[in-house]
Design a protein around this ligand. Sequence first.
Ligand code: DOR
Ligand code: ZN
Length: 345
Amino acid sequence: MSERITITRPDDWHLHVRDGDFLKAVLPDTVKRFARAIIMPNLKPPVISVAQAKAYYDRIMASLPAGASFTPLMTLYLTENSRVEEMELAKQSGFVQAVKYYPAGATTNSDSGVRQWGSVEAVLEAMEQLGLPLLVHGEVTDPHVDVFDRERVFIEEELIPLVLKYPKLKVVLEHITTASAVKFVLTAGSNVAATVTAHHLLLNRNALFQGGIRPHHYCLPVLKRETHRQALLEAVISGNPKFFLGTDSAPHAQNVKENACGCAGIYTAHAAIELYAEAFESVGALDKLEGFASFYGADFYGLARNKDQITIEKQQVKVPLTLPYGSQSLVPMRSGEYLIWSLVA
Ligand code: DOR
Ligand code: ZN
């Protein structure tokens, strides 16, 4: 029999599932693998209130495959008009777990994001007191800053001052891509953690230009050079609980990716744990996968660890060229190519 590993069922601490018909297209992929996922609020319009988060939660639950056991962990989108009362309601709700910070203009549907930290001071103070985590898209938006430096500059100019100003605020630096981010997280207190995607562990920026321009490898923060990928790998296999799984699986229809101005996002939900296993195995550290995928995120959020398990086996499977996406299609990571690991049903 082929090699198998069984781990506690993982959770995805950063996921985009979109809305409407798209929910039914993408949720089954996540639900097969994960027990819970932190659901990003960058819909159009964004999810800014607890009432909107509840309605979105209900739409997700109504779109789950029959018999699925899955808990969406909802987030609110931080705007300059967010109010302290809404944070209190979020904490009391039991279904909103965190608040997402997007710098205005940084990425998909981020126009309602924050321009000046000064305008959210009271809200951040309230979150610090309530123990409501701030999930940070860590990039500056200044067009004069080189796109490959935007995460490092954000950390230096905005994030270090922020964590000094709110020393007890729980912060997750999302989808980290650089050695600077790893160093920042390691140096910060235990209230600061990071999620790491499978694509940033498996690909460096050469993947954007492999024999031509590759829109399906375009995401934000953009892929970085190999030394940074190595730093991320080292962080996730260190067993340090500050680094945990967040796919940032971000579906977009094929035609908006294969476009003169293609949008950012890589779809990995169809093979998420398989891709992470491949990354961990590439550095001989499969034994570190379970902590990263199934324990540290729950511990950081103060939630119980899952009790059931999943099994993956060493078995080559070909990824379809496209997957159905509402009335459209999407191109998944590894489209037309092989995965090394596969999920045992
Ligand atoms: O690649 C990305 N896609 N990065 C983000 O920050 C947003 C996401 C999306 O929503 O498509
Ligand atoms: Zn995201």
